[in-house]
Write a protein that binds this ligand. Structure first.
Ligand code: CA
Length: 387
């Protein structure tokens, strides 16, 4: 200690967190060791640094790539094969997870595959530095202040600093947990006396299952069902508030991909319609479990990736309808479209530059009202038509 920091305001900020850390049982020596020589990392995403313009490319990859770029068959093929090996290797653990948590083993394996390439991806950042930076200049300072304190508690509880590697958002371990989630959901599932989401696959998978269960996972229900839409599909109906029992959707002419049979208990469940590429590309009926995964990571592409990978690990086939769109509006243009749709009275949700379900559905309503082709797919042409 004692050496002057390059950024005295950051030092002051860190010191201001001491009372909260102390309240969580962090000792002064743990606190001092954790922040010794710590500097903010201004290269991270999602920061708002006073006096500096925001990085234009900010935002998660999920919202920049098109479905065809994000949901690649070659990736699914590779990850499903390795996932199947793990499913065999960890058969007993997965059976125990299904029994104790009521959550599909293939879904937690798929999260593991998506998050860290089944633990093979080397996380690039020091979590303490990431969380301190996000608490200091991040867009969600309050959230990250709590996470930083919880990370200090992890150090206090004996988790080694060298193990606490993370993403730019501070998530750690094989299934990517924030410190608060670690305390809520991590368990010793392999019974070796240690909670270890870094080196124990059973511990990491059980933590993911615990989180899905807490978010309301429905046992024995699918995450989604791919369907062929009837010829005259109204894409504005593809939004979360528009729900019907799955059996009703089927009566309305939606046909499960590959002619799959849908059991009666599944037909009784309510679902909404998801059209990730508007009237192009595959369509899905999405019951509760779709939204449970979405609560894990708020991106439809993420849910489609995890859900489909889970199906493939279980021996399922590729999407029946291919993804077709190779271009996506840039974030700034989607934001401009959301502002126009808001001003015109078609859109009431957040302006975030992400062309999610509500944005696509609002766009369809606009197209309908203006007598344009109704496809619920944002393009520069349709943006240009909005006066
Ligand atoms: Ca363990």
């Amino acid at each position: 200690m004692g050496a002057a920091r390059a950024d005295p305001a950051f030092d002051q900020f860190l010191q201001s967190l001491w009372p909260a850390a102390q309240q969580q049982g962090v000792s002064r020596s743990t606190f001092d060791a954790a922040i010794k020589g710590l500097e903010p990392d201004y290269s991270l995403q999602d920061l708002q640094i006073p006096g500096r313009p925001e990085k234009p490319e900010a935002g998660q990859a999920e919202f920049v790539l098109t479905p065809s770029q994000y949901l690649k068959e070659s990736t699914f093929d590779r990850l499903a094969k390795y996932g199947q090996q793990l499913a065999t290797q960890h058969k007993d653990t997965l059976a125990r997870i299904e029994k104790e948590f009521g959550v599909s083993g293939n879904v937690v394996l798929a999260i593991f595959g998506r998050e860290t390439d089944y633990g093979r991806y080397k996380l690039p950042y020091d979590a303490i530095r990431v969380l301190a930076t996000q608490a200091y200049v991040g867009k969600r300072k309050d959230l990250f202040r709590g996470e930083f304190i919880a990370a200090l508690k992890m150090l206090q509880d004996g988790v080694p600093r060298v193990q606490m590697r993370s993403s730019w958002g501070g998530a750690m371990g094989m299934t990517q947990f924030l410190p608060s989630e670690f305390y809520k959901y991590a368990v010793d599932f392999d019974g070796d006396g240690k909670i270890d989401i870094w080196n124990s696959i059973p511990d990491a998978l059980a933590a993911a299952a615990g989180q899905l269960r807490a978010k309301g996972w429905q046992k024995g229900m699918p995450w989604a069902i791919e369907v062929k839409v009837p010829g005259a599909v109204d894409c504005t109906a593809a939004e979360p508030a528009h729900v019907m029992p799955i059996g009703e959707w089927l009566k309305h002419g939606y046909v499960p991909a590959y002619g799959a049979k849908v059991p009666a208990n599944v037909q009784a469940a309510e679902a909404s319609l998801l059209l990730p590429e508007g009237t192009y590309g595959p369509a899905f009926l999405t019951p509760k479990n779709y939204y449970v995964i979405k609560d894990y990571n708020f991106s439809d592409l993420y849910v489609l990736f995890v859900g489909h990978l889970a199906d493939r690990i279980g021996g399922g086939r590729p999407f029946q309808t291919p993804w077709s769109k190779s271009e996506q509006l840039r974030t700034a243009d989607v934001e401009a479209m959301q502002k126009k749709l808001t001003a015109l009275g078609f859109y009431k949700d957040k302006i975030d530059g992400k062309a999610g379900m509500l944005t696509r559905s609002a766009l369809g309503a606009y197209q309908k009202a203006r007598g344009l082709k109704v496809d619920c797919w944002p393009t520069n042409d349709v943006l240009g038509s909005m006066k």
